[in-house]
Write a protein that binds this ligand. Structure first.
Ligand SMILES: [Fe+2]
Ligand SMILES: [Fe+2]
Length: 285
């Protein structure tokens, strides 16, 4: 390179390798309120889980459709790693979502709704725009993963059965957080305006979908009027030091013209948590 500017790409210490986990979730073993012993928090994370199987398939398809543009900052190997990781995440969240369904929650209906929305995107958006949607949503998974791995409050308050899948998923989202972004940057015609427009659209739609699912999950669990839980959960998300309120500045960094996902250098977290993961898996068994 020879220039002073840091190369904007995935750090060399990061390996993007899919791992198969084969998690088994037993609806009779997993507590009903497996996050913070609280309905709101549990259903918020459950709702996110219902987005993953079809969402990550969309990510995979959008990246695969343009993989010929792999190059200097994102290699064909990175792309294969990304596809493999997201495919595994889909599978594991499918089994988690079946457990939620077995608990009487409308998980499969939520998946179906999301699929309809994404299929609409497949019909009306160009390949590059679909990749821009993936880039936008991967920004969310990247910053939320960072948060889960940095502030252990959430991780510590998941039941033993549920901790490993979130830990593993957050690790791998960190590892591959720049793949879709770097690929997008190599697709001819990519531009800042498109990238930010799709970030705004994705944010609005995601917020609407998650809110609607949250209401449905709370209702099905007969917790719709559990004001204590709403207050507790909303405070966890949006209060002082809340999970989402703390993400504001990282979220907004996306709107800088020279943004790159690894501007938030957190590669040390990956090694640390990879090592912990095995023990957590053993504890869950
Ligand atoms: Fe994922
Ligand atoms: Fe991802």
């Amino acid at each position: 390179m020879g220039t002073k500017a840091a190369r904007k790409a995935t750090p060399d210490v990061i390996q993007i390798k899919p791992t198969r986990m084969d998690f088994a979730f037993d609806a009779n073993q997993v507590p009903d309120h497996w996050a913070f012993n609280d309905p709101f928090c549990t259903h918020f994370m459950g709702t996110l889980s219902t987005l993953f199987p079809v969402g990550e398939r969309f990510f995979v398809d959008s990246v695969r459709a343009l993989r010929e543009h792999a190059g200097e900052n994102v290699t064909a190997k990175d792309i294969s790693g990304f596809i493999g990781q997201e495919a595994m995440h889909s599978l594991e969240h499918v089994s988690m979502n079946h457990m939620l369904e077995a608990k009487g929650l409308p998980a499969l209906r939520a998946e179906k709704f999301t699929l309809g929305l994404l299929n609409l995107g497949r019909r009306i958006l160009t390949k590059r725009q679909q990749l821009a949607v993936t880039v936008a949503l991967e920004h969310f998974t990247g910053i939320i993963a960072n948060r889960l791995l940095t502030d252990t409050d959430t991780m510590n308050n998941l039941s033993n059965e549920m901790r490993p899948i979130w830990m593993w998923h957050a690790i791998e989202e960190t590892e591959h957080k720049a793949v879709a972004f770097d690929l997008y940057k190599q697709v001819p015609g990519n531009n800042y305006a498109e990238r930010v427009v799709f970030q705004v659209l994705a944010t609005v739609i995601l917020a609407a979908v998650v809110s609607a699912f949250q209401l449905q999950f709370m209702a099905r669990d007969k917790q719709l009027f559990n004001l204590r839980s709403w207050a507790f959960g909303l405070n966890k998300l949006f209060g002082r030091n809340g999970i989402l309120s703390n993400l504001t500045s990282e979220y907004l960094d996306f709107f800088k013209p020279d943004f790159h996902p690894w501007d938030h250098e957190n590669s040390a977290l990956v090694a640390y948590w990879r090592e912990k993961l095995e023990g957590e898996v053993a504890k869950a068994a």
